[in-house]
Design a protein around this ligand. Sequence first.
Ligand code: ZN
Length: 170
Amino acid sequence: MNTELFVENCYTLTPKDLLLGLGTRADINFWAEDPDDKSDWCISVSGNEPQKIALEWRDITYGARAYFRCMCDYRATKLYLPLNGHEFKCRRCHGLQYQLTTYNRHSVAGKVLYRLNRLQKLSDSRASMGRILYNGNYTKKFERFLSLCDRAGYDSIVKGAMDLKDLIKG
Ligand SMILES: [Zn+2]
């Protein structure tokens, strides 16, 4: 099994990362070619020749949303950099697959993996959520997080949140 080709083991880049200047790896540097435009980007991995990446803007109900235009012409919301890779491409171009789908989800290992993956996603979403209270009530995002915890079987988180709300309400 070539674990370099699992989505889970790749560095994931979103348009937001570029636009907000977010980055978690010191060896990945990016900059807009024209600081006033922010459509054409250069991104360099470990000091290699920079790769040019274009953002494409699509109008949605409130404003515009940015997508990547991959070299294969696919409009992607995420580009991936495999372990030891130097080039960002879409999932299909890199031939990536989800590690989860290689396990039978009814096997013992599969069940554990699914549960851990779910927990990881929940903790990622919690980490990026920001405030959880507004006017003494939980925000919509946090309510949604709680319902996902509930479905995933994390009763203690759900119960803790309900107890806290009771305390706040007095
Ligand atoms: Zn592609």
